[in-house]
Structure formats: C-alpha cells, structure tokens
Write a protein that binds this ligand. Sequence first.
Ligand code: HEC
Length: 128
Amino acid sequence: MSPSKRLFLPLTLGLLLPTAPLAFSATPKPEDHAKAGAALFSDKGCTYCHGAVGQGAKKGPPVTDLWKDKTWTDEKITNQILNGGQKMPPFQDSVSDDEVKDLIAWLRAKNKPLPPPAPPQDSSAPAQ
Ligand code: HEC
C-alpha cells in the first residue's frame, strides 16, 4: 500500500462518520414515511393526474383505496411509479428509491396524511 492510500481511508472515514449519526438520529416512524410520501405526491406532480389528495381526476384514477387492494404489492406499485403504465409517465428519472418507498408508505396508509397544497404556479403572486 502506498503511503498516500494508507492516509486516504482514515481520512474519508473521518469525513463521512461525523455526518452519519445525523441521518439516523431520529428513527423515522411509518407515519413519517407516509407524511414524506404525501409531500412527494404533490411535489412530484402526481396530484396533477390523481387529484390534490389522490381522489382521482380527469387524467388519473383515484389511489386513495389502493391500500385495500392486495394485488397492489410494493413491487407492483414501485413498477408503476418507475416505469409508468398505459397513460402514466415513468418517474424513474425524477424519483429516487427512497422517495418511491415514501410514496408507497403513503399510498398504503389507511388514514392518509393529506398532501400539502401545491405551491402557487405563478411566482409573481404575492406571498400569503
Ligand atoms: C400524466 C398523468 C399521471 C401522473 C403525473 C401520475 N399518474 Fe399515476 N396513473 C395515471 C394513470 C392514467 C393511471 C392508470 C393506469 C395507467 O394508465 O398507467 C395511473 C395509475 C397509478 C397507480 C395505480 C392505481 C390503479 O389503481 O391503477 C398508482 C399507484 C399511481 N398511478 C401512482 C402515481 C404516483 C405516485 C405518481 C407521482 C410520482 C403518479 N401516479 C403520477 C396517470 C398519472
């Protein structure tokens, strides 16, 4: 091992380790995932087709009762989100694996936390 390599490992570990506890300090509860999923549902534009609270709209079916449907496994939902469907576009380029998990947590939650209202489209609109 070259001296520079021997230095490199402890150095990277030293840089990475202090930030690790931050990520794990608050163990996320299932509700937290569902909450994050609710926010993503609105952030990622799912609401455009599925309605502001997933109730369904012109362009997409309701997803509020998905949790009752045992055929919608995590795998199938992941596939639907990442690869899209007949009329639903694929989201694999805009949604990370963790975000898919949060979306699934929300979709499968019986009592869904409501997605926050979409931010105003017009950036010139006065802040409320
Ligand atoms: C452009 C419109 C559109 C957008 C945006 C969209 N969907 Fe869809 N979605 C659909 C349509 C249409 C279907 C019905 C099946 C199909 O055509 O793929 C569907 C089906 C689904 C289903 C299966 C529900 C069922 O009963 O068939 C899930 C789950 C779903 N979408 C989740 C999402 C999530 C999560 C997002 C955001 C990341 C999203 N969708 C964004 C149009 C959309």
